[in-house]
Every structure is written in C-alpha cells, then in structure tokens.
Design a protein around this ligand. Structure first.
Ligand SMILES: Cc1cc2nc3c(=O)[nH]c(=O)nc-3n(C[C@H](O)[C@H](O)[C@H](O)COP(=O)(O)O)c2cc1C
Length: 344
C-alpha cells in the first residue's frame, strides 16, 4: 500500500526543549518578553476564547493584540464550536505566529461545563470536529495541551493523544495531572512516559519541573521531547537558561544576584506599565513582585508597603530603598526563590 506523503507545511517550526507555559493572569506580554530576554526559547499566550474573538469581546481582542509582532509565540485558544475555532485559528494564523495550541486541560468549572478545556475531552467525536476545523484553517504548527483525564478512573490521555495525532496535530503537551487533581499532588510522570511511548508526534512533559535537576529528571524518566514550565518560572525567568546550560554542559549556572533580580523586576514593571497602563500594570504586578522577592527575610512589610502604592516610580523607589539595606536571604544555600513542590 502506498504511504501517504506528509502534509505540506508552511513552516518547519518545532517545539524547543524548554518553554514557558500559558498561565492565565500571569504570562502576559510583559512576562513573556522578560522570559524571552532571559533565554526562554518559546512562550505561549494566556488562553484566549475562540468565541470571544468571534463575538468581538473587547478583553479577548486586547489579549490577541498584545501578541502582535511577538516571536516566537504560540497562541493558545479554547472553545468547542468548530466554526468559532476555525475562525479564531485563521485570525491567529494570519498574525504570523509560530504555532497555535488548543487548550484541552483547563479544569475551571465554567469552562468544563461548556465542553471546553478539559471538558471537550469528554466528547471525543466533537473534539475530532474541532481539531479537523483547526487543521483545515491553518498550515502552521498545531498542538493540544491536555491533562490525563477527568479523574483517575477516566484516564483518557492515550485516546486524546491518538485523536490529536490522527487529526494532524504536530505535538501534544501533557500536564500529567487529572482535572480532579487541579494543580496539587504530584504530577504523574509515568503517564508522560506512557504517552511518549505510544505516540509518534513529539510529547512535551509538564508538571513539577522547577529547576535544572527536575527538568533533566523529567527528560530521563519520560523520554519526552521537551519540558514546559509554569509555576517554576514565577519570579524566576533565569530558570530557562539554568536548564539549557545544565542540559548542555552539566553545570548549573549561579543564581542571579540581588542586583540582577532587582533590575529584571524593574524592567518587568516598566513593561507591564507600557502594555497595561500604570494603574492596571502596577496592580497586576503585585503578585509577581512578591515572587521576585520571595526567599529574602522579612519581605512581608515590604510587600504590604508596595501593595499600597499605585505609581511606578513609588514602587521602584521602595524596591531600591529595600535593596540598599542589603536584605539577607532566607537560606543562603537555597539559591533562587522557588515555589515549593513535593520533592522528587
Ligand atoms: C493560575 C494558573 C493559571 C493557568 N492558566 C493556564 C492557561 O491559561 N492555559 C493552560 O493551558 N494552562 C494553564 N495553567 C496550567 C499550567 O500551564 C501548567 O499546566 C500547570 O501549572 C502545571 O505546570 P507546573 O507544575 O510547571 O506549574 C494554569 C495554571 C495556573 C496555576
């Protein structure tokens, strides 16, 4: 039997070994630019509603406009109606992005009940129509981001992976938790290994990669083609270089100094204000400031003080005054401030 020739593609784009995850309310344009300028080879937009684009929702369009001229970038969309998905795919594709990703993992009740995010995986036939519409609408790199299933009794990652591959997706990103697990408990990396062995297209592993060592362990334990990082990059754009250097040389570069952290944070603040205006930019950066300064002793009063400020200059001045006091790190040997995860 004749072998079907591979579908022609406009781009030969492939996922790199390390990438920044889509995180709603966090990985906005400013955060993505900071990650890229610190060596992150690929970033994803926050999830964008296909229906919102179709219905000309202002907030949704603002998110897409925020992505203009950004490279390399994958835009993530969600929805369940083939028509909206097809239109959104075409719109996003016309912006010249490197790739488009369909969110099949969002656990949020409202999204789930609307047969979107993880909810669409409960309806495989409808998922087939959605993916077919996407593939028809674009030649660019197409991927899905999935969870393992709704709960441990309904693991469906192989079936969903199979559908994605069969409908012409170029890669699967796998957050190895069920919907029921939310973002807690340990990500089950053996599921990633299982999916990687099962599919022919690249599988990107996601869940609990927080530093160079855990990244390497995920590669070794699962055989995955790349790792995606969400919470490990909070206030820590250095993580990408750290991982890539370690993978290439076996040496972990030293953590950033206080001066480096502060100058990156200030740049991040300025970018946030450029993109969102002073009031919204400062407000939305509050949590990120907390992540950058985490790991130093007695940062609570500093956070409280910053949370009362509304101007960029006020926040920068306060941070500089704090840095001038040579704040002590919580535990010198711990290096970068990192969120706590179950140990592996
Ligand atoms: C607050 C929050 C928002 C998130 N938003 C998105 C999103 O918009 N799209 C998506 O695919 N995943 C989203 N995720 C999931 C992450 O991309 C990632 O799959 C998950 O956090 C596991 O990775 P980690 O262990 O590196 O954090 C979100 C996670 C969190 C905690």
């Amino acid at each position: 039997m004749a072998v079907k020739p591979p579908r022609p593609r406009k781009s030969d784009f492939q996922f790199p070994r390390v990438m920044l995850a889509p995180v709603a309310g966090v990985t906005d344009r400013a955060t993505r630019e900071i990650a890229r300028s610190h060596g992150c080879p690929l970033t994803f937009s926050e999830l964008i509603s296909a229906r919102g684009l179709r219905e000309a929702n202002g907030g949704t369009w603002r998110m897409l406009r925020e992505c203009q001229g950004e490279h390399p970038l994958v835009v993530q969309i969600f929805g369940h109606e083939p028509e909206s998905i097809s239109e959104a795919t075409r719109l996003v594709s016309d912006q010249g992005v490197e790739g488009i990703n369909l969110n099949l993992g969002c656990p949020v009740k409202k999204v789930f009940k609307n047969k979107s995010g993880c909810g669409l995986t409960v309806f495989p036939t409808e998922l087939v129509y959605v993916l077919r519409a996407m593939r028809k609408a674009t030649e660019c790199h197409l991927s899905v981001k999935i969870r393992a299933g709704v709960n441990h009794k309904s693991l469906n990652y192989k079936m969903i992976g199979d559908i994605a591959q069969g409908e012409g997706c170029d890669a699967v990103i796998f957050h190895a938790r069920t919907r029921l697990m939310g973002f807690g408990g340990e990500a089950q990396w053996e599921w990633i290994q299982d999916l990687k062995e099962y599919l022919d297209i690249p599988v990107i592993g996601n869940g609990d990669v927080v530093d160079a060592l855990s990244a390497r362990r995920m590669f070794e334990q699962t055989g995955c083609d790349g790792v995606m990082i969400a919470r490990g990059a909070y206030g820590n754009p250095w993580i990408f270089r750290e991982i890539l250097e370690y993978l290439d040389t076996g040496i972990i570069p030293p953590p950033p100094t206080l001066e480096e952290r502060l100058s990156t944070l200030i740049r991040h603040l300025r970018l946030a204000v450029e993109w969102k205006g002073e009031q919204r930019g400062i407000l939305e950066m509050r949590k990120q400031i907390g992540w950058y300064i985490k790991g130093y002793r007695n940062v609570r009063p500093l956070r409280d003080q910053i949370n009362r400020l509304e101007t960029l200059s006020g926040v920068i001045e306060t941070l500089q005054e704090w840095a001038a006091t040579n704040p002590e790190e919580e535990a010198a040997e711990s290096g970068l401030a990192r969120p706590s995860f179950p140990g592996r």
